[in-house]
Ligand binder design. Structure first.
Ligand SMILES: C[S@@+](CC[C@H](N)C(=O)[O-])C[C@H]1O[C@@H](n2cnc3c(N)ncnc32)[C@H](O)[C@@H]1O
Length: 484
């Protein structure tokens, strides 16, 4: 790859979340060493005079995490030797991404727990990092689940050492004597492995994903199903409601794979790092559980360590009728991870301000569209939709546009039908939900012409652009451009 291309790639990489405490001010090792004598022995100075620590020394990374949690978050924290040691800036990125999801208006923002946000941390670990950060940074409450005695004991200790937030965090034991087959297996006797190489269209999922240099690689055969203890179903109690779940899953199928990054030492025992089928199987189980639990959670999320797994999981989600899928990329030093989020809550209806309604151009992204629907399919359904009401439509397949002219009467009929359809209640068809809109019905014009263009960005995501060509009188133009 040319150096220009390499440079561009580097520049395009996402950076630390802007709300992250460390986005402007990375940890200052010299300052921390001067303030915390226990950290001082781990700091050395390189030739250019910069303070450094040895990232391959578990004691150094653990002490850094301890002093950062204390200095920047007022948290008392410790883990025993060998347990997975989290890096605070990286884990904070995931918390802030969830904060963005919750405050976005993609799905209704109201929480079922009043103003309080409640999360579920799947596999909280001895370090209990997500509940500690979420509670101290944002006042969120948590259930943190785990199955090993050491994780449960130390997660409890870490909660109790912080009385100011301890009320917000419950540590919940998962019964690890119980090994659960997947819901699919119990229904069909067929293992996830049978289809784990297939994408939606039944094609083989190619393992040749150009994975980031720093993301780890599993062997090609590493795709068995998850047979471990319960994950959500059987752990979440009747009547409980959560705003989100968060999960840093056991990524690997074996400890050999887990040991592939010699540049850092963050510890991690087999129970923490490994499960049958690795992350693909573990997150598949979360997806299956989410199908059973549906709107018990507003957002289901998980970290994903490998890009080809991300693609596989997204295609799985498209098959189970979720209303929205969101992804993000987390940069963690030299390592890439991805965030995957989905929901069964119908997307929020947009309130249309009069100012926006008068705009001559409008564009929006149609996300979560099933992969088999191309831009042309969407244009054809727009054409069918408006033609059915007598509007005149002209589809141009080479420019991916459709020109539509509607009269006042047709306009009123379409809007009336649309309101009725939306008020019949939520539908599981994503295309319909995304295009639904409530409308004003006082249009009094004789005609309106507009053009809708649809372009595929990536499979499943389409850019829809509407532009006004002609109107005789004020009309709810935006509604029309969205209706198709
Ligand atoms: C990679 S560690 C993550 C720990 C911590 N959340 C973090 O981000 O550092 C995965 C954790 O999941 C736990 N785990 C594995 N299977 C589980 C299950 N079915 N339910 C709850 N926890 C589980 C492991 O014991 C381990 O603590």
């Amino acid at each position: 790859m040319g150096s220009k291309k390499r440079r561009r790639r580097r520049e395009e990489r996402p950076t630390i979340h802007p709300k992250n405490k460390y986005s402007e001010n990375p940890p200052d090792f010299a300052l921390l060493a001067s303030l915390y004598p226990s950290f001082e022995p781990f700091v050395f100075y390189s030739r250019d005079g910069r303070p450094r620590i040895d990232w391959t020394d578990f004691n150094a990374t653990r002490e850094l995490t301890r002093v950062l949690l204390l200095h920047d978050h007022g948290l008392n924290w410790w883990i025993p030797d060998g347990q997975l040691c989290p890096t605070v800036p990286n884990r904070s990125n995931y918390i802030h991404w969830i904060e963005d999801l919750l405050s976005s208006n993609i799905i209704p923002t109201t929480s079922r727990n009043g103003d309080k946000v409640k999360g579920f941390d799947i596999g909280t670990g001895a370090n209990c990092i997500y509940p500690l950060l979420g509670a101290s940074l944002l006042g969120w409450s948590f259930v943190g689940s785990d199955m090993t005695d050491v994780a449960l004991e130390w997660a409890e200790k870490n909660v109790k050492s912080n009385p100011h937030i301890s009320e917000l965090i419950e540590i919940r034991k998962v019964d690890n004597s119980e090994s659960t087959p997947s819901i699919q297996e119990s229904l069909t006797g067929k293992s996830v492995q049978d289809e784990s190489n297939m994408d939606m269209s039944g094609h083989m999922d190619e393992e040749a994903e150009p994975s980031s240099s720093s993301s780890f690689n599993l062997p090609a055969g590493a795709q068995s199903s998850y047979h471990g203890p319960p994950v959500l179903v059987g752990v979440v109690r009747d009547g409980e409601q959560f705003d989100f779940c968060i999960c840093n899953p056991p990524f690997f199928e074996s400890m050999e794979e887990a040991g592939l990054n010699p540049k850092t030492s963050c510890g991690g025992t087999p129970e923490e790092m490994v499960c049958s089928g690795g992350e693909r199987a573990f997150i598949t189980r979360i997806i299956e559980d989410s199908v059973a639990l549906k709107q018990t959670f507003r957002w289901y999320t998980s970290m994903v360590g490998r890009k080809s797994n991300l693609k596989f999981l997204i295609s799985k989600l498209r098959k189970v009728g979720v209303t929205i899928v969101k992804t993000t990329e987390f940069v963690q030093g030299q390592t890439c991870r991805w965030g995957l989020a989905w929901s069964f809550v119908p997307p929020a209806r947009k309130i249309i301000s009069p100012h926006v309604a008068e705009k001559k151009n409008l564009s929006f992204m149609l996300e979560g569209v099933q992969r088999q629907f191309s831009a042309l399919d969407v244009l054809q359904s727009i054409e069918t939709f408006f033609s059915a009401s007598g509007a005149s439509c002209k589809l141009n397949a080479s420019s991916f546009t459709v020109n539509i002219t509607v009269s006042n009467d047709q306009c009123n009929t379409i809007l009336k039908n649309e309101v009725n359809r939306v008020d019949e209640g939520p539908t599981s068809k994503h295309l319909e939900e995304t295009s639904s809109s409530s409308s004003c019905l006082n249009a009094s014009s004789t005609s309106l012409s507009f053009r809708t263009a649809v372009f595929q960005q990536i499979p499943g995501t389409l850019l829809v652009q509407g532009s006004l060509l002609h109107k005789d009188n004020p009309l709810p133009v935006r509604e029309f451009m969205c209706l198709g």
